[in-house]
Design a protein around this ligand. Sequence first.
Ligand code: GLY
Length: 376
Amino acid sequence: MTNSQTGTRVVTVGLGERAYDIHIGPGVAGNIGDLILQKFGPRKLVVITDKNVDEHHGKALMTALADKGLSARNIVLPPGEATKSFASIEQVVSNILDGGIERDDLLVAFGGGVIGDLAGFAAAITLRGIDFVQIPTSLLAQVDSSVGGKTGINAAHGKNLVGAFHQPGLVLADTNILKTLPKRELRAGYAEIVKYGLIGDAEFFTWLEANGAALLAGDDAARVHAVYMACQAKADFVARDEREHGVRALLNLGHTFGHALEAIAGFDGRLIHGEAVSIGMVLAAELSVELEFCNNNLPVRIKAHLESVGLPTQISDVDCEIPGVDILTGHMMHDKKVRDGKLVFIMLRDIGDAFVTSDIDRHKLLDFMTAKCSRT
Ligand code: GLY
């Protein structure tokens, strides 16, 4: 793990006395010791990671901490969505308590979205809340889940239904770490980057159409720029609406459809989160056409871009039996975004022009979903 010398960019999440910086760039994780000392002073650390990340990067991280005199122990968990469970959180918190923990100790979430959400939740509930640092190792976690303080686990009823808002004190998005990420994971994270263009930045979407392939092929400058743009956009939404009473909901574009598809695919790796979001964003654009918020050029353009980078864009791309539309909409009704029994949708008027509505005719939605499912 080398220290970053150049090319680092910093985004600040402006939350008053809980404000924190996201450091983005090649090698920034190598600066962890200094950054922790600057922000928190000397602390005892517990690093929570998964087996894959530990194998590739664990030793380098522990060395970077030890070099600055920071004492750390680590907890290594199995990779995969199944780890975001009640059983795992119990195991992790027990392990933290067994090791002896004090209020001033610091947790470090070193992994993708699963580890970030789980470790963040452990930080939120252990001793009623301790500080934590996010070192997101997947593109998806760098551009979305490590920023903004949503932490939690899945329940039998659906994804992310148990958790807490608990902001990290520091985020280090090291773009060098993305080099060991499987291509499929990289593409899935890319879907969340596209989301930022669609919800609020048409120019960025056009930039992605021109540069997305290079970014995925390994272009460092394109990666740093895209992670920076995504984090800056997310920081703005979070600073304006930390608890998602308003604009933050736009970040859920495609997620109600996506979460339902993930539930159907069974969280076993057949459909990973970013892929589900990719399909969900196309469905959101198609439903926007159906409800006459925009014309058909919009989903066509979005689909073309997502397909060009190898992302799935329709329900039939999911490698599983598609159940009846009632089961699919049943999963959608379990989403956190249901208000007064009504589904909340993010719809599009144009690229970069999204809005939130719960005023969607149930019959039109059912007809739309029936048509989408029957084409599979
Ligand atoms: N991933 C959506 C949010 O953080 O609000």
